[in-house]
Design a protein around this ligand. Sequence first.
Ligand SMILES: [Zn+2]
Length: 126
Amino acid sequence: MLAGAAAAAAYHSATRLTATQQSGSTQDLGARSEVEALRQKVERQALLIQTMLMILLEKKVLHEEEFKEWIDYVDQLDGTRDGKLKEDRSPQVCANCGRNSPRTAPKCLYCGQAFETDFLYYRPGA
Ligand SMILES: [Zn+2]
């Protein structure tokens, strides 16, 4: 058991070393994995947006022109009309232990409590 764990640790450090040598530095590796995480987040959001827009247009809930007006309205909710929504960078407080974790963390860094996924940054009337 212990030998197995040691072998696994040796394997992990060997693969990490190889990856580090290939990319140049561990800083490069960190930046690459952050870029990959952001790419996946953007692609996920693109899927959600495309799905919602197709449903709205297909079900004739609103027309494309109305959708553009809504984009303009939602754009100003963060205080700046700049064609994007400012990301909320405030920490999220764990309901279980009360400590702060980054907004992007799926669960509490201290106790592991899963955070609720919130699709909406801004709620009507909030
Ligand atoms: Zn917690």
